[in-house]
Write a protein that binds this ligand. Structure first.
Ligand SMILES: Cc1cc2nc3c(=O)[nH]c(=O)nc-3n(C[C@H](O)[C@H](O)[C@H](O)COP(=O)(O)O)c2cc1C
Length: 170
């Protein structure tokens, strides 16, 4: 199975979690394609045909991002708006992604406890998960790193990154 990981982080150089995830996944580049939207499109002009071809050539799609204002970073929303088009991803003959698998991988500044008591992460991510399900993709369990703004232990990020690659490659 070929996996495509769509990474949307506006400042990956300053990142701890998403950068570590990318570094870990890069060790499996025979099975995993990493596609970083902010690197591809610094001018934010998305090449829709190129993005659709990338999705078509993979069996599983992983959408990786840090939570920003309880949502996706805006370039990911733009990517969804422009790439998941009528007649391609949904609507008449819009079956190009049908049957593929997808997974979200999300880092949050808030702790797991915060999300348990305040609002559930699952609920926050529904607009994304429902969109991909609407396009006929099969959802796999979400991978999460909570509390990504605390005094992080490098070891914990490393463990989580290995769990992430194991989950994708299992
Ligand atoms: C503009 C902005 C908005 C954010 N909004 C949230 C939020 O709504 N909830 C949350 O838990 N963390 C929020 N955060 C924290 C990020 O999710 C956190 O810094 C990120 O997941 C850390 O991952 P990284 O080490 O890969 O950068 C926000 C950060 C930024 C920069």
């Amino acid at each position: 199975m070929k996996h495509s990981v769509i990474v949307t982080h506006p400042n990956i150089e300053e990142s701890k979690v998403n950068k570590s995830w990318v570094n870990e996944l890069q060790q499996h580049d025979d099975k995993i394609t990493i596609h970083q939207l902010y690197n591809e499109y610094p001018d934010l002009n998305i090449d829709v045909t190129k993005e659709q071809e990338l999705l078509l050539s993979h069996d599983s799609i992983i959408i990786q991002f840090p939570l920003h204002w309880f949502n996706t970073p805006f370039l990911l929303k733009k990517w969804m708006d422009e790439v998941l088009t009528y007649g391609w991803a949904f609507g008449p003959e819009g079956d190009k992604l049908k049957g593929k698998k997808f997974r979200l991988s999300v880092s949050t500044g808030g702790t797991e406890k915060t999300y348990d008591s305040f609002v559930s992460l699952e609920d926050l991510l529904k607009s994304v998960t429902v969109s991909f399900q609407f396009c006929g993709l099969e959802m796999l369990p979400t991978h999460v790193f909570y509390g990504a703004n605390d005094n992080l232990e490098f070891k914990d990020i490393q463990i989580n990154s290995k769990q992430y690659s194991d989950l994708i490659l299992q």
